[in-house]
Design a protein around this ligand. Structure first.
Ligand code: ISJ
Length: 343
């Protein structure tokens, strides 16, 4: 237990998150804060529900025998939750957490477009018009759909269409994760804010994903490399770091070598969160790798887990929440992906 975990209010962001594992009690970490939502990276992919007045997302991200992890999103304000069809959500007046599941289907793009548009419509209606962060947990992500197109590329088409039709109404493309899940279907959850003005950042070492060439699919992925939320009253800036992999420009680097992919991924994140990169975007501040928390490390092959853990352990702060998952990554030659939050 560290000072961060006991949560002195002045140093705690209005929106925060921590991980709990079986046997741990989230109340030990809440320190009087309210739950905005929970995401269980567990064994089953099931539609999200409202549990005790907050969304519970249930994604199949851990295999039998592996420990599930629940990401708990907290706020210092009262929370109100609701449903809109199959979308579940909660808001603290400033932040919105919303989730929906797309069940398994032969071709995803139409349903993905429709679900994204309904989520955007909900944001619009509730007045939370700036996206902060999105997670897309995609079953069989690099497998073929019923037309033979890779499921991830199929998914990207529907998402890009939704962003296109809502551009100008909701804020720009935020930080995101598009990662494999262990059951078919897609679990989606996102965070948005009302009065905050998030800034979406790119990585000087990487081509913006929304400008990837057509070789990677008919429509490029719709996300930014990171999203910065400047402090509200008494808060501190928070940087949401997208799922990041061993990509330079738009090329996968070190195919077949998880250890080197992991090292390059860490270097990519270091450059992304650095003061230099913030300055490049006209922003003050910046972070180091050791500031990363709520870290999720995705490893494609079980045989690489040990090497990746060994590579990551010295990079992150000893007190950081870190969870490892053995799932597919969005390109079949990517073996490792890492995301997190700097604050
Ligand atoms: C690893 C990459 O992309 C992944 C896919 C994402 C998406 O489609 O939302 C977002 C970040 C990563 O999880 C990449 O293109 O660098």
């Amino acid at each position: 237990m560290t000072a961060t975990h006991t949560g002195a209010p002045a140093r705690t962001a209005a929106l925060d998150c921590f991980f709990v594992r079986p046997g741990e009690d989230e109340r030990d970490r809440l320190a009087g804060r309210r739950v905005l939502g929970r995401v269980t990276y567990g064994h089953t992919g099931r539609p999200p529900v409202l549990l005790g007045g907050a969304p519970l997302v249930r994604a199949a991200m851990t295999g039998a025998g592996a420990e599930r992890v629940t990401e708990v999103w907290t706020t210092d304000r009262p929370v109100r939750s609701g449903r809109d069809g199959d979308l579940v959500y909660a808001t603290d007046g400033e932040h919105l957490l919303c989730s929906v599941r797309v069940e398994e289907r032969g071709v995803y793009r139409e349903q993905v477009r429709e679900v994204y548009e309904r989520a955007f419509a909900l944001m619009w209606r509730l007045g939370h018009r700036e996206l902060l962060r999105m997670w897309n947990l995609v079953g069989d992500i690099t497998g073929p759909n019923a037309e033979g197109m890779e499921v991830y590329r199929d998914f990207c088409v529907g998402r890009a269409q939704a962003f296109e039709s809502w551009s100008g109404r909701i804020g720009g493309m935020p930080a995101a994760t598009g990662i494999g899940a262990l059951r078919p279907g897609i679990d989606l959850y996102f965070l948005a804010c009302r009065s905050g003005r998030p800034r979406h950042l790119e990585n000087p070492r990487q081509t913006p994903a929304h400008r990837y060439p057509a070789a990677y699919g008919p429509r490029p992925p719709s996300f930014a490399r990171a999203t910065l939320l400047e402090p509200g009253s008494g808060g501190r800036p928070v940087l949401y770091v997208s799922g990041t992999a061993s990509i330079l420009g738009d090329d996968t680097v070190h195919p077949g070598d998880a250890d080197r992919q992991c090292a390059l991924t860490l270097a990519n994140i270091e450059a992304l969160v650095s003061p230099d990169n913030l300055r490049r975007h006209g922003l003050a501040g910046g972070w180091a790798l050791s500031d990363l928390d709520c870290v999720k490390v995705y490893v494609r092959d079980a045989g690489d887990l040990q090497a990746v853990r060994a590579r990551c352990a010295p990079a992150f702060r000893a007190t950081a929440d870190v969870a490892y998952f053995q799932v597919d990554v969005c390109r079949s030659d990517l073996l490792v992906e890492i995301e997190g939050i700097c604050r």
